[in-house]
Design a protein around this ligand. Structure first.
Ligand code: KG4
Ligand code: ZN
Length: 315
């Protein structure tokens, strides 16, 4: 069975075809980064309009690349996300489903991220711990099987990707901030500033990133006042990244130990962060799984594979 996956929850139009026997047949992504950059963040109305413009041509392209006229089923991101953007994908998915007479499956965006490593050559076996880190979510989930998810911890305020993005703005970097901040951090000393590791030493598996963001804000305003900002920017970026990664990895290890889980999946946009990938791999005794870099951030392939697994699940 092959499934057409459609992702339009935010600022990427992602389309892919996944075949349950043959794997990923085709995928394409149109990023709206250039459209939103001048506003310093995603403008929902611009996002919806661009999805309308790009989605159908991308679907035609991907079906052509996959060598099929029409798929056996369609999966689309039903939420969470920007409502107008979601409606573009949902409307088209349901319309095509009617026209083609095929099943249409709504997929939870975070389940798509969670199942993205299933696209790789050595997918994780159940059960595993998922550390889902994106622009809107920071979650620790005990995954015992498909659809059998136990939320162990989540953020009490900002998502970690949001903390990267807001810190990037404080440092004068553009949108999207996460990759730019990570690149700047490579030039800095991560021990230059002592920043808080929020909640790390508490038994709760929840996260909180607003205190870390405020600590960076105070550092930046002090550095701007005494004229040291430019010289210290990379050190601040590196110290922030280290504090955020230490917090994520510390909580993930705590969760894996508590739940007796021997596999960790790291997924979602912040899962593309090299320091995070390196630290989890080095500090965790068990096996670590990630999607390839391109499938950490939003994409159609993760929605296609999630839809295919849901459709073919025996339970
Ligand atoms: O999963 P995603 O593409 O969209 C959401 O579902 O939110 O994640 C986007 C988030 C943004 O906050 C972005 O800054 C962050 O992932 N991100 C990164 C990196 N690449 C993307 N954060 C840190 N380091 C990166 N290399
Ligand atoms: Zn996402």
């Amino acid at each position: 069975m092959n499934v057409l996956g459609i992702e339009t929850s935010c600022d990427e139009t992602g389309v892919a075809v996944y075949d349950t026997e043959l794997g990923l047949l085709a995928d394409a992504l149109h990023s709206q980064v250039d459209l939103h950059a001048m506003y310093g963040g995603v403008v929902p109305e611009i996002a919806s309009r661009d999805h309308i413009r790009c989605l159908l041509p991308l679907i035609e392209q991907v079906l052509g690349d996959a060598g099929i006229d029409r798929p056996d089923a369609i999966a689309y991101t039903a939420g969470p996300g920007l409502i107008g953007a979601l409606m573009v994908g949902g409307g088209l998915a349901n319309g095509l489903g009617l026209a083609w007479g095929c099943p249409v499956v709504p997929v939870h965006h975070m389940e798509g991220h969670l199942l993205a490593p299933m696209l790789e050559d050595e997918p994780p076996a159940y059960p595993f711990l998922a550390l889902l880190v994106s622009g809107g979510h920071t979650m620790l989930i005990a995954v015992r099987g498909l659809g059998d998810y136990d939320l162990l911890g989540t953020t009490l305020d900002d998502a970690v990707g949001e903390a990267f993005d807001k810190t990037a703005i404080l440092l004068g970097l553009g949108y999207p901030g996460g990759p730019a901040l990570a690149a700047l951090a490579e030039e800095g000393d991560d021990a230059a500033f002592k920043l808080p590791r929020p909640m790390l030493h508490r038994p709760s598996l929840d996260f909180s990133f607003s205190g870390l963001k405020t600590a960076v804000m105070l550092l930046v305003s002090k550095a701007r006042d005494d004229g040291s900002f430019i010289g210290q920017r990379a050190d601040i970026a590196a110290s922030f990244q280290r504090a955020a990664v230490d917090t994520l990895v510390g909580k993930a290890l705590q969760a894996a130990k508590r739940e007796g889980l021997e596999r960790i999946v790291v997924a979602g946009g912040v899962g593309a962060n090299k320091l995070l990938r390196k630290e989890v791999a080095e500090r965790f005794d068990g096996q670590v799984y990630y999607p390839r870099m391109a499938f950490c951030t939003d994409n159609g392939a993760m929605i296609a594979v999630a839809g295919a697994l849901r459709l073919t699940d025996a339970h």
